[in-house]
Design a protein around this ligand. Structure first.
Ligand SMILES: *Cc1c(COP(=O)(O)O)cnc(C)c1O
Length: 445
């Protein structure tokens, strides 16, 4: 992993090279996003290493919702990952990125009959969310002429409790996800469901995401493993052959340190659920944010600077359209912002408490409020760090702002940087089409 100093230096190198290549330009490219593909590769390597001692097959899938750009998914496929999809769109993206069906997991909580039938046809792994979905799968399997190659599991909610962010806590008593394992009668009912269905051979849980402590995630996984052990004991054979432990490793947004690490998580799992490592179960994981968040950043030009009520304000081109969660829930999703001159060089000098505002027409469109930063001037560049997941890849169409270009970056043998387009910026024509425009409308037709 890169330490703080090297990470900051690498970002500055990327910014300066991007300015030279006019990927960032005060006239034509006011806003651009970057994903450091070398850093992503290092992160995926750390993930593989952390689980290398599992004595059974392990498939690390990437939760597509964290960054669903097809070239990013294809890159993760080349790095040896599978893909977790949670909607028909994400499933299409996973297939378009070239993942083999047996390396895709479908997890949506609201799968239609048609989606289930499609997944069963292709041999995509399916995790049923509830007993009604299991009934649907029963009917679909019964109607098939040939067996499906899909691995089929049920998602359980171990109800071990949430974390500091309610919206990210999937294992509370009343979470909408999975079969609530501790609710009266549910464990016995689910046990029966497994014993009655020889094709039901997987178990799934995803205990939480940002804000949930590692220990709690590990306890939730341990509860799932204990249930699988119980099913297998009652069945008298290995009915459950694999466990999908979900994702949810939190990301540190405070500085460049990667903490917790995949190794930390594996150690917590080893402490709470040692059976996961002994080869009794094949393993699937579904990490999202921890794979890409820290490798991405948004860079935006400052258009104007002003002062209001004694507060300096820099109006830049990055706001709610690329940092939606930060703008709407700033206390929960604070982002680091760095200040650079028009060439991309980090600005020094005395820090001034200021607001960094976005381009959207609502007062709350601030990516940083009251933040001490070197004084920003028009033409400067601000970078929003750790935005490789759930940010620029999940844009908000407010004010009909375009989706900015996303560039992948790699170091080359000569010590330079190579850029590749992961997503072009939205054009005005695309914005019009998205808004229902048809040719000829302006003529009163
Ligand atoms: C969102 C989600 C993930 C990924 O969560 P991260 O916090 O990004 O790791 C994995 N599995 C399921 C079922 C999810 O809903």
């Amino acid at each position: 992993m890169l330490d703080d100093f090297r990470a900051a230096g690498r970002r500055e190198d990327i910014l300066r090279a991007a300015v030279r290549r006019r990927l960032l330009d005060p006239e034509d490219a006011l806003l651009a996003c970057f994903l450091d593909l070398d850093a992503v590769a290092a992160t995926v390597g750390a993930l593989h290493d952390a689980f290398a001692s599992v004595a059974a097959p392990v498939l690390h899938t990437f939760a597509a919702k964290a960054n669903s750009l097809v070239p990013v998914l294809a890159e993760l496929r080349r790095l040896g990952m599978g893909c977790e999809a949670a909607s028909p769109g994400e499933l299409a993206q996973a297939l378009a990125a070239g993942f083999a069906p047996e390396r895709i997991v479908l997890d949506s909580p609201a799968k239609t009959r048609a989606e289930l039938a499609h997944a069963l046809d292709l041999g995509i792994a399916v995790n049923a969310d509830n007993f009604q979905e299991l009934d649907r799968i029963d009917a679909l399997l019964a109607a098939r002429a040939t067996p499906s190659a899909s691995r089929i599991g049920v998602r359980v909610n171990p109800q071990v409790g949430g974390g500091s962010i309610a919206a990210m806590s999937t294992a509370t008593a009343t979470s909408k996800f999975g079969v609530a394992l501790r609710d009266e009668g549910n464990e016995a009912r689910l046990l029966r469901a497994y014993l009655d269905r020889p094709w039901l051979t997987w178990l799934h849980t995803h205990v939480g995401s940002q804000g949930v402590p590692l220990e709690r995630i590990a306890q939730g996984v341990a509860a799932a493993v204990a249930f699988a052990d119980r099913v297998n004991a009652e069945a008298g054979h290995r009915r459950i052959t694999g466990i999908d432990i979900g994702g949810g490793l939190p990301v540190n947004f405070a500085d460049d340190a990667v903490t917790p690490t995949f190794d930390d998580y594996a150690a917590a799992l080893r402490a709470h659920a040692p059976r996961l490592f002994d080869g009794g179960y094949a393993l699937v994981t579904e990490f999202g944010r921890s794979v890409v968040a820290k490798s991405g950043f948004v860079a935006a030009h400052v258009e104007y600077t002003k002062s209001a009520g004694g507060r300096p304000i820099a109006v830049c081109h990055a706001g709610a359209q690329v940092a939606t969660r930060t703008v709407f829930v700033p206390g929960t999703w604070p982002l680091r912002v760095t200040a650079h001159d028009p060439r991309g060089v980090a600005k020094g000098g005395e820090k001034v408490v200021q607001d960094v505002a976005g381009p959207c027409c609502f007062a709350g469109d601030l990516v940083a409020e009251g933040r001490p930063l070197p004084r920003l001037d028009p033409g400067d560049i601000v970078a929003l760090l750790d935005t490789g997941a759930y940010a620029f890849s999940t844009p908000f169409h407010y004010n009909s702002l375009p989706e900015p270009a996303v560039h992948g970056v790699r170091g080359d043998a000569a010590g330079g940087l190579r850029f590749e387009t992961l997503r072009p910026a939205t054009t005005v024509e695309e914005i019009l089409a998205r808004a229902g425009h048809r040719p000829g409308m302006a003529d009163g037709v």
